[in-house]
Design a protein around this ligand. Structure first.
Ligand code: TTP
Ligand code: MG
Length: 406
């Protein structure tokens, strides 16, 4: 079956987020990047500003010269990151075969989704609508049999566009376009091709492969395939986490061993729950310590078998902690624990000895209860200690959670 690959890209992303928050900016030439007097460059320009020749990467001084009436905004990255996450979450609702690229674009493999949405085109219409309703931004979508053509199509359809290239039409779709529109053709390659008398993608596709290879080496072959609209690359979802960890910075540096132990227990239980939820076991455990003077050390231990129990994480973490602190005089500022060298859980249970198996069953029972009633529904002896140390939190260590980083 022919593949249907979507490329989705938000329109004038940074600017659109600003316009969403301040409707007065809508329909006007707007630039995000900094003050026109500054030495920065344009990060994002509204389509109204582009009509004056403004584009990303242009020095702000040039931009204000070309379009003095433009509104210049410094921008704030956390806002864009949040919008990006909401955008990606919507895409993930449509297909698990998702490859995010940067903040505002992604490939999505929609092969076979006709049966759900009537057509992939319809699916793209729904997707665009949800992005508009839920994130307040407009996206452009290209659909084709491969990534390259899908990307060129979304770009060509901007803003707020939707363009599908039928299977078999890839080459004729690309042929009239200038070579700069082809992903992979940067400024240098473009200049080199122009010098060879090549200006359109069609001309590029007709260049003999041997000639392309002699000019561009191995990438000559890629250029040839892309220019012909051939691109078999898969949509690659990001690799799953290779490690899981939790750490916390204390509001006051400490030398209190019991407190450090309790914190390790708590962080270890969090890591363990995460590990089991992901269906993984770990072969290595790492302790991280940062001392008051900001010196940071990590100490790791490899396990004889891959395990996922809280007890193993705690025991190993504690051993590493005792070793690290045996000669140590400096107070501790941050403590963290992590697991790595992860393997799929599989059905290994039967291979474990009886005490390890009991641990497994206990952890799973605790996970179930916590899933139902919250993480703090069950506290082990050690984590209960944290309650005495932070009595003001009332709920024991719960209020520590926001300071956890992963
Ligand atoms: P793009 O998708 O390249 O640009 P855009 O979303 O502003 O406009 P378009 O409608 O053509 O897609 O990049 C996404 C965001 O990344 C952009 O809003 C700002 C940021 N960016 C920079 O900070 N510097 C740059 O040079 C580019 C190209 C983008
Ligand atoms: Mg964009």
């Amino acid at each position: 079956m022919a593949r249907r690959i979507m490329h989705i890209d938000l329109d004038a992303f940074f600017v659109s987020v600003e316009q969403r928050e301040n409707p007065e900016l809508k329909g006007k030439p707007v630039v995000v990047g900094g003050r026109p007097q500054g030495r920065g460059v344009v990060a994002s320009a509204s389509y109204e500003a582009r009509a004056f020749g403004l584009h990303a990467g242009m020095p702000l001084s040039t931009a204000s010269h070309l379009c003095p009436q433009a509104i210049f905004i410094e921008g704030s990255f956390p806002k864009y990151r949040q919008a990006s996450q909401r955008f990606m979450t919507i895409l993930a609702d449509f297909s698990p075969f998702l490859e995010p690229l940067g903040l505002d674009e992604a490939y999505l493999d929609a092969t076979g989704f006709e049966s759900i949405y009537g057509s992939v085109h319809q699916m793209a219409v729904k997707l665009k609508q949800r992005i508009k309703d839920e994130v307040g931004l407009s996206a452009s979508v290209g659909i084709a049999s491969g990534k390259v053509v899908a990307k060129v199509a979304s770009e060509l359809s901007k803003p707020d566009g939707l363009l599908e290239v039928a299977t078999g039409q890839e080459r004729s779709f690309l042929a009239p376009l200038p070579i700069a529109k082809l992903p992979g053709v940067g400024r240098k390659t473009g200049q080199k091709l122009n010098a060879l008398g090549i200006t359109t993608i069609g001309e590029l596709s007709l260049m003999p492969l041997a000639a392309l290879k002699s000019h561009f080496g191995a990438s000559g072959e890629v250029l040839h395939r892309f220019a012909s609209g051939i691109d078999d690359r898969e949509v690659e979802s990001p690799a799953p986490a290779k490690s899981i960890s939790r750490e916390t910075t204390f509001s006051q540096d400490t030398k209190d061993r019991s407190f450090l132990k309790a914190t390790i227990r708590y962080l270890g239980e969090r890591v363990g729950a995460d590990l089991r939820q992901k269906g993984k076991r770990a072969r290595a455990i790492t302790l991280k310590l940062r001392y008051a003077d900001f010196t940071t050390i990590t100490r790791s231990q490899t396990l004889t078998q891959a395990l996922d129990s809280d007890q193993t994480i705690f025991d190993t973490g504690l051993k590493l902690l005792n070793k690290a602190l045996s000669q140590e005089k400096r107070p501790v500022r941050l403590i963290g624990i992590g697991v790595s060298n992860l393997v799929e859980s599989g059905k290994q249970l039967a291979l474990l000895d009886s005490s390890a198996r009991r641990q497994e069953q206990l952890n799973r029972a605790i996970d179930r209860i916590r899933k139902k009633y919250g993480f703090t529904a069950i506290q082990t002896g050690r984590t209960l200690l944290l309650k005495d140390i932070f009595p003001e939190t009332g709920e024991g260590y719960k209020l520590q959670t926001p300071s956890l980083s992963r």
